[in-house]
Design a binder for this molecule. Structure first.
Ligand code: NIG
Ligand code: FE
Length: 423
């Protein structure tokens, strides 16, 4: 059970429908049963439990083993003390880490924006306006096309180690198009976010107030049954602080919990609003005042950094070091979308965060696993300790540090999800 979840809704616990578990071409090595399996001969195991191993936040255990029963971890520790199990898997001296928790993506869309990217890399600036191109393509697509595009990107993400993901609407911007985006997303994940307030719909360009009424009225009614979260792009050219507050407050009244695209392109009220409303996450956090950092540090709101966006828009990096030094909980996610960050690769984001945002390899890995779980207010993923979901990655490396040390190299050798090898 995830803390903060509202009343039962159509997305609740649907493990068997999750496309990530069947989107792979690799046959499962182990069947999903209650049989126990020991993964042993692990050179370095990241548990994210600071009471284990080296007592660091990663709880790093050397010469380790993980015992799995059904879809859960039942034991982790020194392999010499491992319990007897039905099956054994030799990790061959590799590193094992929790599956990545990608807490921010926009995967229900059609078309791409190659030309816009190409123009940007030739000197044109990024603005919120390009979203309209994807809105037009998404509205024109069939349900089947949108779902096929979603499952293609999920399979891509799974191969790179993403075992939990959040995704949003926001490229429909009509009642029907937003609701269908969420319905399609809800068939693949429990972490579904209503982002009718991505930009003011082109149909309401002359009357933004009428669009806010739609987003907080009929569109919310149609979308709330499929979503856990509500999000707003709080930015110049999208929604201001007052509009964002009205939208998120309306969502809260319908049992949706807030998260905010905040302070991405400029300074603004998004982060303070996130803290005021106890949003699970303030996402982007690229332009922050000291007061913004301080507010985050004294809140439960996670700062989710999305370096793929700064990479793909050639923008200033968010300062992870400043946030971490202030005591803010930081998550790292892809923001995968066709406009500002068309990457599904968490390992790529980890490498960028280490190289350019002042994170250590340990901090970046924590943020991409436990941090993502915190941003989704989940305690069943992002760690490898008894009771957690058995979502884990075998790396073709002796240490998780290689994710940043060997950028761009496909180091994810095996992906296990809910106790089953899926890639
Ligand atoms: O997270 N910031 C707003 N939304 C997306 C961009 C979407 C787009 O350009 O299509 C983001 O960067
Ligand atoms: Fe985003």
């Amino acid at each position: 059970m995830t803390p903060g979840r509202s009343a039962p809704h159509p997305t609740a616990e649907k493990a068997t429908k999750d496309a990530m578990s069947n989107a792979t071409t690799v046959s499962p090595a182990h069947s999903a049963s209650t049989a126990s399996t020991l993964i042993t001969n692990i050179a370095a195991l990241v548990t994210n439990d600071p009471s284990l191993g080296d007592r660091s936040p990663l709880g790093l255990v050397h010469d380790a083993a993980v015992a799995i029963e059904g879809d859960r971890v039942v034991w982790t520790g020194d392999q010499r003390k491992a319990p007897a199990t039905d099956n054994r898997v030799d990790a061959g001296g590799r590193a094992v880490i929790p599956g990545f928790v990608d807490s921010h993506s926009h995967l229900v869309f059609a078309g791409d924006r190659t030309e816009e990217f190409n123009a940007r890399m030739s000197g044109r600036p990024y603005s919120a306006g390009g979203i309209r191109t994807t809105v037009a393509a998404t509205r024109a697509a069939s349900d089947a096309e949108l779902e096929a595009n979603l499952t293609r990107h999920l399979a891509e993400a799974l191969r790179q180690g993403t075992t939990t993901f959040e995704t949003k609407s926001g490229y429909g911007l009509t009642v029907e198009d937003e609701a269908r985006a969420l319905r399609i997303a809800a068939a693949h994940t429990d972490e579904v976010t209503y982002l009718g307030a991505h930009i003011v719909s082109p149909d309401h360009a002359d009357d933004p107030a009428a669009y806010v009424d739609l987003v907080t009225g009929p569109m919310l009614d149609a979308c709330a049954p499929y979503a856990r979260w509500i999000d707003v792009f709080c930015e110049k050219g999208a929604f201001d602080g007052d509009q964002a507050r009205a939208i998120l407050t309306a969502g809260k009244a319908r049992g949706l919990h807030p998260r905010i695209h905040a302070n991405q392109l400029s300074y603004g009220p998004g982060v303070q609003l996130a803290v005021e409303l106890d949003a699970a996450s303030a996402d982007h956090c690229t332009h922050l005042t000291d007061a913004d950092v301080d507010a985050l540090a004294h809140s439960r709101t996670v700062a989710t950094l999305l370096p793929g966006a700064e990479f793909s828009t050639r923008a200033q990096w968010p300062d992870a070091r400043r946030l971490l030094d202030a005591g803010v909980t930081v998550a790292l996610s892809t923001d995968c979308n066709p406009g500002s960050s068309y990457t599904s690769s968490v390992p790529f984001c980890v490498a960028l965060a280490v190289r350019d945002m002042g994170m250590t390899p340990d901090e970046a890995l924590w943020s991409a696993t436990a941090g993502g779980a915190a941003a989704l207010r989940r305690d069943d993923v992002g760690r490898l300790t008894p009771g957690a979901r058995a979502d884990l990655l075998l790396l073709d490396a002796p240490s998780h540090v290689h994710l940043a040390y060997r950028p761009g190299v496909p180091l994810v050798r095996e992906v296990w999800r809910r106790g089953v090898r899926v890639a």
